[in-house]
Design a protein around this ligand. Structure first.
Ligand SMILES: Cc1cc2nc3c(=O)[nH]c(=O)nc-3n(C[C@H](O)[C@H](O)[C@H](O)COP(=O)(O)OP(=O)(O)OC[C@H]3O[C@@H](n4cnc5c(N)ncnc54)[C@H](O)[C@@H]3O)c2cc1C
Length: 103
């Protein structure tokens, strides 16, 4: 079965989640690879690519999300990075996008 986001309600076209007011949605998508904070039954799906990029429309952002997803999968299976070469999740609290209040 093929599900295309383009046919889903609220599809926003290119640069989705990059418009004014979208910051919280974009942050949630971009940081979803940090799944320790999710309920257990919500873990295990990792997205990557332009659709969740912090800088949609630029290849660099798509690659960043791929690296994040790889770290997330590795972490889920109990793996870890070399201490001299930390991955995005290892330094998440230092470099994560600012979290805005939810209300
Ligand atoms: C005209 C144009 C110019 C650009 N110029 C630049 C630039 O100068 N610099 C820059 O950094 N970025 C540029 N970009 C953006 C860059 O191309 C994207 O950010 C990048 O390609 C996103 O990579 P991705 O892997 O997330 O998605 P994509 O490259 O879109 O890859 C998604 C892949 O999934 C495949 N796919 C889709 N549905 C299915 C399915 N159901 N089953 C199997 N496969 C499927 C598609 O065929 C596609 O190969 C440009 C984009 C466009 C359109």
């Amino acid at each position: 079965m093929t599900v295309s986001w383009e046919n889903e309600p609220y599809f926003m076209g290119a640069f989705k989640a990059n418009l004014p007011g979208h910051y919280r949605y974009q942050r949630r998508l971009y940081t979803h690879f940090m799944q320790d904070r999710l309920p257990e039954d919500k873990r295990g799906i990792f997205l990557a690519g332009d659709d969740i990029s912090w800088t949609a429309g630029w290849a660099e952002g798509a690659v960043q999300t791929a690296l994040n997803a790889v770290w997330g999968v590795m972490h889920q299976f109990g793996g870890s990075t070399d201490g001299t070469n930390p991955g995005p999740g290892d330094v998440f609290d230092e470099i994560a996008p600012v979290e805005l209040p939810e209300d």
